[in-house]
Ligand binder design. Structure first.
Ligand code: PMP
Length: 304
């Protein structure tokens, strides 16, 4: 079903993806003691021998931080080198997604992070649109986002994604496309793998970092772009009922990019989404390296 890139990185070596396999006794498989990243690579529209990576430094830093939370010292520049080599070895010709992963690679039982072998692998797959760019219908999940006091939510810890999985399946099996999760305080948090924004009275509003959200790199990009465009950006707790009366709502993430929300539960949002469209066009131009103001957000890998 997926088209995986032919070469993967596992245990310090580049090997064929089909041989990049690990044991059923791998510790992280049982305890969720892994953390991952996710970034997109696209061929440069002006030169297909160049691959463009959006905010590579931020992605590597976030994964390095996640690794630290798992007691694994993996510097961001090491991750960056491996990702660049990974792309050169794979010679991709279409848009793809890179999944770097750190995890407890020891074989054996007992949940812990100390005295245990760890590893770092990378693989990739071709990836087009993750959600419909025309917009999605969202269900308010009956599952709540975890709290930072039980789980380090600043990292993309693999075990945390049980909640995203439950929420996404609940939403899809009840006729929606995506889930919106509340946090333990009952405030709007984020979707199963995307941050959330709403627009009310021309102002861009998004839950703040203290709301147990993931520190999304697309979210950071959107707030930066919006401020530069002269929009007022407000980071604050958001109530569920605000979503139903918002002028526009959209989701942001590496896979989802900027995805408009057209319906939440039984409430239909206005079809016109001028600010969402403006932000989406700007973000697309930046990721395709067409915007000189943000050229330092784009890392170019030459395939030659
Ligand atoms: N929230 C969650 C739970 C996610 O998994 C993701 C995807 N990484 C995001 C938000 C969006 O983050 P980013 O923009 O860095 O992809």
């Amino acid at each position: 079903m997926h088209n995986f890139l032919p070469t993967a990185y596992l245990q310090g070596q580049f090997i064929p993806f089909k041989d990049a396999n690990i044991s059923i006794a791998t510790h992280a498989l049982h305890y969720g003691t892994g953390a991952f990243g996710g970034l997109r690579g696209i061929p440069d529209p002006n030169n297909p021998r160049q691959i463009l990576l959006f905010r590579l430094d931020r992605h590597c830093q976030r994964l390095s931080n996640s690794a630290r939370l798992l007691q694994f010292d993996l510097p961001a520049d090491k991750i960056e080198h491996v990702i660049v080599d990974f792309i050169k070895k794979n010679q991709p010709t279409v848009s793809f997604y890179i999944r770097p992963f750190v995890y407890t690679s020891d074989l054996g039982i007992a949940p812990r992070l100390h005295n245990i072998e760890k590893d770092f692998f990378v693989y990739g797959l071709e990836l087009g649109d993750y959600l419909s760019p025309d917009g999605v219908a969202c269900r308010i999940s009956s599952w709540y986002r975890q709290e930072d006091r039980s789980l380090p939510l600043r990292g993309k810890i693999s075990g945390a994604y049980i909640t995203s999985s439950l929420a996404k399946t609940e939403a899809v099996e009840s006729g929606f496309d995506e889930a919106i999760l509340m946090n333990s305080q009952g405030k709007v948090c984020e979707a199963s793998g995307m941050n959330l924004f709403l627009i009310r009275n021309g102002q861009l509003i998004t839950p703040g970092y203290e709301q147990d959200i993931l520190e999304g790199i697309t979210r950071d990009s959107v707030t930066t772009i919006a401020k530069a465009m002269g929009l007022t950006v407000i980071e604050r707790p958001v109530d569920k009922s605000e979503l139903f009366i918002a002028d526009e709502v959209f989701l942001s993430g590496t896979a989802a990019k900027i995805t408009p929300v057209k319906q939440i539960e039984n409430y239909h949002l206005p079809q016109e989404k001028p600010i969402t469209s403006q932000l989406r066009d700007k973000l697309t131009a930046i990721t395709e390296n067409r915007d000189p103001d943000y050229a330092d957000w784009v890392y170019t890998v030459s395939l030659d």
